[in-house]
Design a protein around this ligand. Sequence first.
Ligand SMILES: Nc1nc2c(ncn2[C@@H]2O[C@H](COP(=O)(O)OP(=O)(O)OP(=O)(O)O)[C@@H](O)[C@H]2O)c(=O)[nH]1
Ligand SMILES: [Mg+2]
Length: 230
Amino acid sequence: MTDNNDNLKRFGQFKLVLLGDSAVGKSSIVTRFVKNSFDEYRESTIGAAFITKTLDLDSLTVVKFEIWDTAGQERYKSLAPMYYRNAQVALVVFDLTDLESFKKSQKWIEELKIQGGDDLIIKLVGNKLDLQDDVKFNIIDDDIVNEYLSILENNSKNSNKNIDGTSMKVEYIKTSAKSGENISKLFQLIAEDLPVEKFKVQTDEYSSTREGIINLNQLKNNYNSSSCNC
Ligand SMILES: Nc1nc2c(ncn2[C@@H]2O[C@H](COP(=O)(O)OP(=O)(O)OP(=O)(O)O)[C@@H](O)[C@H]2O)c(=O)[nH]1
Ligand SMILES: [Mg+2]
């Protein structure tokens, strides 16, 4: 981000939605990211939950995520478009030990490619990485996912939506909400993809939202959030 306003702080606000089967760990990823905690016995989300998180990407760039954590249970599926509509980022989560959840994540990606915004940033997240050390839980390995992603990329090159011939790239990352592995890396990857033009130079109005901002690198020690169950 370099222009005449080089020394001024920039602020960007982005809507992020989590989608995926029930019990894959969507809420746990959010909780690890926002509060740096984990709950073994978390209750299934009803409808959706909203939470915000503001962080310093670097000394000059601040980002506020408005996070919609949707419910994965089938009966809430019809609500999802309400949450991914106008989202800039979608995290499609599956459980690395559950093949059905991986198949579901493919359906979500198909739906997002048709119904989501043209500039939607999609990350495919394989969660519960901590369980993969155990052979009996090592169900979905990298080869399976990479094969799917290369088919996806080829298909999108040929689709009508990308008339310029470029493909809609879906980046894959494995996480563990339980151990925290790769959770901050996931959000770092998202931050790197956010469109520069959506960041505004700091204003007085923005200054009032700065309270409690944390640095991504200090994730382990701090959190700043507000939430409601909707
Ligand atoms: N071992 C392990 N368990 C996890 C991990 N993430 C979540 N869990 C557990 O998986 C269960 C479901 O987690 P949730 O975060 O509620 O899943 P969800 O995707 O939000 O589910 P819905 O709200 O029903 O859509 C909980 O018992 C969590 O403790 C992880 O990374 N590793
Ligand atoms: Mg949940």
